[in-house]
Ligand binder design. Structure first.
Ligand code: ZN
Length: 250
């Protein structure tokens, strides 16, 4: 066992060295050697993905010429496949987009902040810090993106759930979901909640599912839990907090 382990370690070290060498030489002249090194690395148990992405992208960057330099190296494997077809489009989507919403309760008092960040793969990360919402509502609560960027004169101004694809409500609904549907937020005994979710249902950047359409969007917290199947709002009850989503610096 000990000998096998040692041999394995030596082999792994050799592969890693080969990989490192392959990265240098392949950049200049030998794409075939580079592919070989990449495949060997993929079988090594300790191999990590990160350096391979850089190695894979290098030939593309060369083929495209000097104009594609720093941005090409940053690309993820998903973006890489489209690089040859549409390098300009990929480049423009590299800019991170962000947005915030200041939530208020029905009395107009501030109850926390939600932030939205669109990642390079197009998914949007949502995080919210809710404070002092209400003291007797411990448990899960529906939280959704609503279709209109308004919380006044009352929270009905936010309209229904953001639903540009005309689906039914609920992340577990076979005929759903709305693009604005999200997992429940947990509120504690003090009326506080820390929330984080990632979605690929809507975007901040321009497009058919962008929150920043003509009338914007709002984020709303409801009085009850969202059952994630019942149309149109998961039986999540009254709207107890609302915030208009506005674009911000990333
Ligand atoms: Zn919904």
């Amino acid at each position: 066992m000990k000998i096998r382990f040692l041999l394995g370690s030596v082999a792994l070290a050799a592969m890693l060295m080969l990989s490192a060498c392959g990265q240098d030489s392949a950049t200049d002249q030998m794409p075939a050697e580079q592919n070989a090194a990449t495949e060997m690395d993929a079988t090594a148990p300790e191999a990590t993905e990160a350096p391979l992405q850089v190695v894979d992208v290098t030939p593309d960057a060369e083929a495209e010429g000097d104009a594609m330099s720093a941005e090409s190296v940053e690309m993820t494997p998903a973006a890489e496949g489209e690089a040859a077809a549409a390098p300009a489009a990929e480049g423009s989507s590299d800019a991170a987009l962000a947005a915030t919403a200041q939530l208020q309760n029905v009395a107009g008092e501030p109850v926390g902040t939600a932030t939205f960040t669109e990642m390079q793969d197009g998914t949007v990360m949502i995080s919210a810090q809710i404070t002092g919402l209400e003291s007797d509502i411990v448990g899960p609560h529906g939280i959704h993106i609503h279709q209109t960027g308004a919380c006044t004169p009352d929270f009905d101004a936010a309209g229904g759930h953001f639903n540009p694809t005309q689906m039914q409500h609920g992340l577990d609904n076979p005929a759903g979901p709305h693009m604005g549907d999200l997992p429940n937020i947990q509120i504690d005994e003090a009326g506080n909640g820390a929330y984080e979710a990632t979605t690929d249902l809507f975007t901040l950047s321009e497009g058919d599912r962008s929150l920043f359409d003509d009338d914007g969007a709002a984020i709303v917290i409801h009085a009850e839990a969202d059952d994630q199947v019942t149309d149109p709002s998961g039986n999540s009850g009254a709207r107890i907090a609302c915030g208009v989503i506005v674009q911000s610096a990333p």
